[in-house]
Design a protein around this ligand. Structure first.
Ligand code: ATP
Ligand code: MG
Length: 428
């Protein structure tokens, strides 16, 4: 006898089983509906891109590029760790702005990062990603943030919104220099990562999660005090627009996004309910990105939300929306004669849009009714050989257990129309 070892999924890669898929579909449907209300159109990009795309956009000194990417080094390609860079690549490649100067796009799909797997942190995870490209007005920042907030609200999630500005190529370099000067004074107290970051990516030190680093940066210079007049004005307008929309937020000058391309407005939607994985979604403005990737000088703003984290939060809720598969009708064919007409009827019902289950095994009525309960059928049509001879089935309401005769007259299509009518009237 040969002995086969069980093959399991890779660490950090997870199946989404039928039991939870309903929740995923609900999130995706709500997201699509809301994004479309704001005029966003869907775009789908490949999962593999040239490594250079991510190095140039996300930045070579970021955690994502330094240590989290799945790269096929011999082929120079990488599995996308996020969606914005790919969207910008597609946007430039197809000259999308030529037809429509302001592009509003969204995408939903898997991303890949080699991180330490834990609750709410996977190596293949999924994002809802929304982008508005080609608009500079601060009201657009507020509109996009409001869209994210609306989605989380409609999903029944409580989050807090934090806001910061990272300035622009005018005001960031002098701020960076002042920050480095400060960090050099306290460098011995910083963690190993932050000691290194002080010279490779000093802004990242500001949002290190280690308590010792956090304490040390409290006295660091503030980016919000260092913004140039244009960035300062933009940031104030964003805040004013959010206030007008009655979207509460908190300023957090320590929030620095992990991707280098951000400029000006950055934001995060945070939860207190997922332990260390506090960010449900995050985003910001990326005014120089498209140019850096060889495209026109257009600005943009976007966010990404983690589907796993949203799904986890919804799972933890007290009154979750009832999701789960259910069937409209179960056909219980009880004899060899009844099986053939029942399978034709099942096919016609499905053509007519009725969710139909059928059991071909010829098991007992008791076993089939049990099966009907398992698939959550609203009705069961019982057809034994004798019923079929008399063209008279029994329709059973699975909730009330009431039964009524059902005449199996005419063609399967005619039977199906009749049955569908009965099911619809029973529902109302
Ligand atoms: P974190 O601080 O949690 O690492 P991040 O800043 O790296 O998040 P982004 O790159 O901004 O995250 O991605 C946006 C959203 O995608 C996050 O807010 C989170 O919900 C989700 N996300 C990011 N990385 C993962 C991951 N490894 N597993 C699951 N979800 C993730
Ligand atoms: Mg991360």
């Amino acid at each position: 006898m040969e002995f086969f070892l069980k093959i399991q999924a890779i660490n950090g890669f997870k199946d989404i089983l039928p039991d939870s898929v309903g929740r995923w579909q609900l999130i995706e449907q709500r997201a699509r509906a809301i994004f479309e209300r704001f005029g966003l159109q869907e775009i789908r990009m490949p999962i593999l891109e040239r490594t250079e795309l991510f190095v140039r956009s996300i930045g070579s000194a970021t955690d994502v590029v330094e240590k989290e990417m799945y790269t096929f080094a011999d082929k120079g390609i990488t599995m996308r760790p996020e969606a914005t860079a790919s969207i910008m690549r597609a946007f430039i490649e197809h000259g999308l702005h030529v037809q429509q100067p302001v592009q509003r796009l969204y995408t939903i799909g898997p991303m890949f990062r080699h991180e330490r797997p834990q609750k709410g942190r996977l190596r293949q995870f999924h994002q809802l990603d929304a982008e508005i490209i080609g608009a500079v007005e601060p009201r657009v920042d507020a509109e996009l943030i409001a869209m994210g907030q609306m989605l989380l609200d409609e999903l029944g999630l409580t989050v807090s919104l934090e806001l910061n500005s990272l300035g622009c190529p005018q005001c960031r370099p002098p701020f960076k220099a002042a920050l480095v000067a400060y960090l050099e004074q306290v460098i011995t107290g910083l963690c190993e990562d932050c000691k290194r970051r002080t010279h490779t990516n000093p802004l990242r030190v500001l949002d290190c999660k280690k308590p010792t680093c956090r304490a040390l940066v409290q006295e660091a210079p503030s980016i919000l005090a260092a913004l140039c007049p244009e960035c300062d004005h933009h940031f104030r307008e964003v805040q004013g627009a959010l206030e007008a929309l009655q979207i509460p937020f908190r300023l957090n000058r320590f929030m620095v996004r992990g991707l280098d391309y951000y400029t000006r407005t950055t934001f995060e939607f945070l939860t207190a309910d997922l332990g260390a994985q506090a960010a449900v979604g995050a985003g910001g403005r990326y005014d120089g990105l498209i140019e850096t990737l060889g495209g026109p000088a257009l600005s943009g703003i976007g966010f990404a939300m983690g589907l796993e984290r949203i799904a986890l939060l919804m799972e933890q809720q007290q009154d979750q929306p009832r999701i789960g598969a259910s069937m409209d009708i179960f056909l219980a064919a009880l004899g060899s004669e009844a099986l053939a007409p029942c399978s034709l009827l099942a096919h016609s019902l499905r053509k007519d849009g009725v969710k139909t289950a059928i059991d071909y095994s010829g098991r007992s009525l008791k076993a089939q009714l049990k099966q009907a309960g398992r698939v959550n059928a609203r009705f069961t049509l019982i057809v034994g050989d004798e019923e079929w001879t008399q063209r008279q089935g029994i329709l059973r309401n699975m909730r009330t257990q009431e039964q009524q005769p059902f005449a199996l007259a005419g063609t399967p299509a005619e039977q199906s129309h009749q049955l569908r009518y009965l099911l619809e009237t029973a529902a109302s």
